[in-house]
Structures are given as C-alpha cells and as structure tokens.
Write a protein that binds this ligand. Structure first.
Ligand code: FE
Ligand code: FE
Ligand code: ZN
Length: 277
C-alpha cells in the first residue's frame, strides 16, 4: 500500500484537510499543529475531529503527520525558549490524543552555540519532560539539513537523543529526502547505502514517515531549500526509487514542495506513476 500526500493548511479543520487530501489523490497528509511561528492553537473542535475520523476511515486515509511549529527550539541557550517548546509540544500531544495512532513530527532544534552534546542532552530532557506512557501518538525526530547549529543532520545525533529518552518506545524518525541530501547523505545515487547506514545507526524499525522533497542545492549544501519533484538536484528518478524501495513500503510519504493544491495533485500523480516503475 502506498500512502502518499502533502502538507495542507489546517485553518479549515481536520475534515476539510481530509476532503482536500482525497480531492488530490492523496491518502495521507501533514499539517502544522498551530501557526508555524508558534502562537496559541485555536481550541480543538471535537465535532470536526469526529467527522474527520469517520471520513478518514470511509476513505482509507492512513496515518497522518502533525508537524510542530518549526520555530520551537528545545535546545536553545535561552531557558525561556526551551520552556516554551516544552509547553507547546505538551499541549500538541494532549490535542493529538483525540486522534490516536497518528504521528507528531518535530525539528529536534538548534543548539545556538552551546555545542552538539549540550543540544542533544537538552532535546532529550525536553522529550523526557513531555512523554508519558499513556500517549497514543508516536513522536518523530526529523532528519535535518545541518543548517546553522541544527541538531539531527547526522543519524548518530538522532540515535543519541533516542538513547537518552526514557520512554523511547514513543519515538520514531521522519526522513526528509531534501534534508538528508543537504546533510551529505547520497540519497540520489546510493539509496541502499543510506538506508543501510540508517539501519546500522538508528534501526529501520524507527523510521515511521518520509518527507519526499527535491532539493534546490547539491548534496552536503546544508541549505534546506525544497524543490518540486524533478526540479532539483535529486531528480524524479531518484525520488521514484525512494517511493519504490522495499524497506519503505507502508510508510506515509509526504510532499513539502513549493506548490498549491493543483501542483500537489500533479506531483502525487507523478510519484504514483514512478512507483509503478
Ligand atoms: Fe519539517
Ligand atoms: Fe521536512
Ligand atoms: Zn526542510
């Protein structure tokens, strides 16, 4: 089963996102849990959630990916910023408990000059403060491009975070094809090698979602500029190999390319065609 979708605006609610996904040939989607700049979330509309859950099961929508605001930073040198990340993520997880069994993806953070080890420890502390045994959401660390002082561009860094979290059975990883290429991994020409390395360092059983993006920049650029499928340095053929790879079957693939809905519909059709080979 191929679960394929894209990032959607959450402003009109869950049912609307589900309907939009189906209208463009998707059967999963991603959304920001709140304004990406990190403000307060609007109150959860439980009737919208109930209507979405009915719609999703009727239309075969698989696991969906809630994305934390990308400005959160659980390893900032500023303790107030770390505290804000903690409170926001906790609130997100409490809301997501109304949609059990889904995924919550976040950017591990930027150590802002404190050094990688301190960053890793503070991210783990953040997770230890918010994870509880009863949550029904899997929390995903996203692989990062290594821009600035970002933590999580090396698989080893993600592994170290996971190792320091007590309830690590609640954790997984979301692999972003643009980011891993920007981080230096040769996902375009050596996908098998990259996945073997992921398995050796983190374990493929932790891989729970894929962000399927082309990159405007060559491997190792540490830029994080997404391109449309086939319009970047990875290319459509290489991204086709990603959606076809046997080790990745059943995972949600989410496009985060610069597109409006019609562009996403075209990319979904393109990736479906590439998957058939
Ligand atoms: Fe992201
Ligand atoms: Fe991403
Ligand atoms: Zn990105």
């Amino acid at each position: 089963m191929l679960y394929l979708g894209c990032h959607l605006s959450a402003s009109a609610g869950y049912l609307h996102m589900g309907q939009e996904a189906i209208s463009i040939g998707a059967n999963t989607f991603q959304f920001f849990t709140r304004n990406p700049r990190g403000g307060t979330a609007k109150p959860l509309d439980l009737s919208d959630v109930a209507a979405y859950l009915d719609f999703a099961s009727a239309h075969g929508i698989g696991q969906i990916v809630a994305h934390a605001p990308y400005t959160l930073n659980g390893c900032s040198a500023d303790p107030a910023i770390r505290d804000f990340a903690r409170r926001t993520m906790l609130d997100d997880l409490q809301r997501l408990d109304h949609l059990p069994g889904n995924l919550y993806n976040f950017h591990p953070g930027s150590h802002t000059g404190q050094g990688m080890e301190t960053g890793i420890c503070q991210i783990a502390e953040t997770l230890n403060a918010i994870l509880t045994p009863d949550i029904r959401t899997t929390v995903l660390l996203e692989t990062m491009s290594g821009k600035g002082s970002e933590v999580g561009s090396r698989f080893e860094e993600l592994r170290e975070i996971i190792d320091r979290v007590a309830l690590s059975d609640k954790l997984g990883v979301c692999l972003d094809t643009c980011h891993v290429s920007d981080a230096g991994y040769d996902i375009a020409d050596d996908l098998d090698g990259v996945l073997t390395e992921f398995d050796r360092v983190i374990g493929l059983e932790r891989l729970k979602a894929v962000h399927i993006n082309d990159s405007l920049n060559p491997r190792g650029a540490h830029k994080d500029r997404h391109a449309r499928i086939g319009e970047g340095c990875l290319g459509a053929e290489a991204l086709g190999r990603v959606v076809r790879h046997p080790a990745l079957q059943g995972l949600p693939f989410v496009l985060e390319t610069p597109n409006e809905l019609p562009g996403y519909a075209r990319e979904i059709a393109l990736l479906k065609a590439l998957r058939e080979g």
